[in-house]
Design a protein around this ligand. Structure first.
Ligand code: NAP
Length: 293
């Protein structure tokens, strides 16, 4: 099977390329090699390579910046998937696409299921939701994987920020009233390849939207504490900074953050037997890779 990957230099894109399963012919394209907002370039790339699957890891992910750069966010997050959908239709490819917990309002008290009504509160979430809808409207064989709180070895993420600030400062203030599920980029890549393997074996899939995120649920403060403790054990830090819990109100941001961002991942388990990874194990792996760098 031939797989065309877009956004190959992002956190998840990088891991999709690194963890590619044997027997898949992967063509990985970074943003400079293939701009998904360029409809004719996307069409040409698909016509040349003739993929069976287009995996889209490209996105505009700067949540706060999106509020002031909405045109750019909408272009990458909505027009991009629309272009990929048209190209997929043209060559008969399926599309695997990534989306986010930010499509929900984050004001629920129980984990969000795929069937729950979306209600994004900012430009990023709204543009990602529009991308999902554009893809679904165009391509029957589309699989959307919503995930949350992504971390990994490559790119910018909370783990790397905590390591940097933990080494520089005596005290860190981290939000303790937002709950979610950290998810490693590698576990997302493994999940996508497992789905691709199902597709290759069965010649079909139960298409649609699925939630996939790490377990257990935690706050950013809990996550920070685990990162710092484990980094100390791994020798990436020489002492523990003091970690102070703060509220969302203490840390104002241009984009509103969901208070409750927990995704119910039972559907992907039930349909494909894919379990939620324990993000603490994945965190150890990421810290080990960072230590070896
Ligand atoms: N990060 C999170 O916490 C999080 C949470 C939930 C869901 N997600 C979703 O997971 C997916 C992967 O996110 P990530 O964390 O891997 O993001 P990321 O590290 O920001 O990577 C996104 C990639 O998209 C590329 N890109 C941007 N504009 C492009 C364009 N016009 N054409 C082609 N490529 C373009 C970027 O390239 P450049 O760097 O060259 O611009 C970058 O390599 C996204 O769909 C995101 O919405 C992420």
């Amino acid at each position: 099977m031939r797989v065309l990957l877009t956004g190959a230099s992002g956190q998840v894109g990088h891991e999709i390329e690194r963890l590619a399963l044997a027997g898949f012919d992967l063509l990985a394209r970074t943003s400079s090699q293939l701009d998904i907002t360029d409809a004719s370039a996307v069409l040409a790339a698909a016509s040349d390579f003739k993929p069976d699957i287009i995996m889209n890891a490209a996105a505009y992910t700067a949540v706060d910046q999106a509020e002031s750069e909405s045109e750019c966010a909408w272009s990458v997050n909505k027009t991009g998937p629309t272009n990929l959908a048209k190209a997929a239709q043209n060559v008969g490819a399926a599309v695997f696409h990534l989306s986010t917990d930010y499509v929900f309002a984050g004001d629920s008290k129980c984990a969000y299921r795929e069937t729950d009504a979306p209600g994004p509160t900012g430009v990023y979430g709204a543009s990602k939701l529009a991308g999902e809808q554009a893809l679904m409207a165009e391509v029957q064989r589309s699989l959307i994987l919503r995930t949350s709180w992504v971390f990994g070895v490559h790119g910018k993420n909370f783990v790397k920020t905590m390591l940097k600030m933990g080494a520089e400062r005596e005290e860190l203030r981290v939000v303790a009233d937002q709950r979610g599920c950290p998810t490693s980029a590698a576990s997302i890549a493994n999940c996508l390849w497992a789905l691709a393997a199902h597709y290759r074996k069965a010649g079909d899939l139960q298409w649609g939207t699925y939630h996939f995120a790490g377990s257990p649920v935690c706050t950013w403060h809990d996550f920070a504490q685990e990162i710092l403790n484990r980094a100390l054990q791994a020798g990436l830090l020489h002492r523990l900074p003091v970690l102070c819990p703060i509220t969302t109100q203490d840390y104002p941001t241009p984009a509103q953050r969901p208070a409750f961002s927990v995704l119910d991942c039972s559907q992907i388990q039930h349909t494909f037997g894919i379990s939620q990874p324990d993000w603490r194990d994945d965190l150890d792996e990421v810290l080990e890779q960072l230590r070896l760098q």
